[in-house]
Design a protein around this ligand. Structure first.
Ligand SMILES: *[C@@H]1O[C@H](CO)[C@@H](O)[C@H](O)[C@H]1NC(C)=O
Ligand SMILES: *[C@@H]1O[C@H](CO)[C@@H](O)[C@H](O)[C@H]1NC(C)=O
Ligand SMILES: *[C@@H]1O[C@H](CO)[C@@H](O)[C@H](O)[C@H]1NC(C)=O
Length: 323
């Protein structure tokens, strides 16, 4: 098998702990000459992809770029999430603008949420199916509640309460219900959230520390992954195809240092993976000239109907928004 490597370019780290693994890179000069994969985004998706790839191909080198300022261990409450005024006037919000909250850290929004591991209702996921049109008759390849439920179940671990506490408080539990998907519902995870129900916490049951992708897919695995590098305090700005021709192989990934504004490119040998989240991935694509021409400020190099269906993720935070 060939030697393979990866670089993850992630959000910048403001408070990188001294216990941070040594393969966290903070500048261009610390990078290897070549990476097989370059992954833009060090959040929930990017780190998961990096973990899976570096595990499956131990001889491959990966790089991950995290794209914004953040923290490894978010202190206290409220959790640090950067409020970004990305919104243009939204017709469905009466032309108001709205703030978007983005988890700007290694681990992304999984590291800055309220430690509730909540699941939306069945109808919300089935709406994705509806939006996408009938893309497939095979339920296993569709994005709806039934096809996602096995993955939801895989993503949680039910931990029994301590025996003495369970006895003192007369607690009972139901394993199947804890993973959701059964009726009658006792858990919010069952796809029907009206009324009172339980939700799991994204917290380690004994250590009482936050469980997030920066922990599970980076810190916990990096020791055994000499092929896995993480670049922080940098943003991916766009991807560039040599001679504008996608047929010539993977694009160069353009990266900007948040410290000195220095811009450079990293060219993966095998593949560039954009996992920068619902906000930043379309932004990178559109800056790269990939998307519907109506949204681009550069000539479209690749026309693609990238959805801008963000209305449901807007969070109205200012009192004046409610007026
Ligand atoms: C976002 O909007 C609010 C209110 O209009 C303003 O006070 C704040 O400075 C803006 N933040 C940024 C990062 O532009
Ligand atoms: C929102 O803005 C658009 C474009 O300026 C305008 O045509 C439309 O009437 C506005 N809608 C509302 C509800 O004000
Ligand atoms: C403990 O819970 C069971 C089942 O929920 C119930 O039948 C029983 O009355 C409870 N015992 C006490 C002491 O509350």
């Amino acid at each position: 098998m060939p030697t393979i490597s990866a670089l993850i370019i992630t959000t910048a780290l403001v408070a990188l702990a001294s216990a941070a693994p040594s393969r966290v890179k903070t500048q261009h000069t610390e990078l290897r000459d070549e990476y097989d994969f370059v992954i833009a985004g060090g959040g929930t998706a990017g780190l998961t992809v990096a973990d899976r790839l570096t595990e499956a191909f131990p001889d491959i080198e990966y790089g991950d770029v995290e794209v914004t300022p953040g923290f490894f261990d978010p202190p206290g409450s409220p959790p640090p999430a950067t409020q970004m005024n990305y919104s243009v006037p939204v017709p469905t919000l009466n032309n108001r603008t709205a703030d978007l909250l983005i988890g700007m850290t290694v681990g992304g929004s999984s590291a800055v949420n309220g430690q509730f591991f909540d699941r939306a209702s069945r109808l919300d996921y089935d709406d994705w199916d509806y939006l996408a049109g009938e893309v497939s008759k095979d339920v296993n390849t569709r994005w709806n509640w039934d096809s996602l439920l096995p993955y939801f179940k895989k993503s949680v671990t039910f931990v029994e309460p301590d025996k003495a506490i369970a006895q003192a408080l007369n607690l009972t539990w139901d394993y199947e219900a804890a993973y959701g998907g059964i009726i009658p519902r006792r858990e919010c995870a069952a796809g029907n959230k009206d009324g009172l129900c339980w939700v799991p916490a994204s917290q380690h049951p004994w250590a009482s520390v936050r469980s997030h992708s920066g922990q599970g897919h980076y810190r916990d695995v990096i020791e055994d992954r000499p092929n896995y590098d993480l670049l922080v305090r940098h943003k991916v700005t766009r991807v560039l195809y040599p001679d504008g021709d996608p047929a010539q192989g993977p694009p160069m990934v353009e990266v900007r240092s948040l410290r000195d504004g220095n811009v450079f490119t990293v060219r993966p040998i095998a593949e560039a993976i954009l996992s920068a989240g619902a906000i930043h991935t379309p932004q990178i694509l559109q800056r790269s000239g990939i998307g519907p021409q109506a949204f681009l400020r550069v000539p479209a190099s690749i026309s693609s109907p990238i959805y801008l269906g963000l209305a449901t993720t807007f969070r109205i935070t200012r009192q004046s928004d409610l007026a």
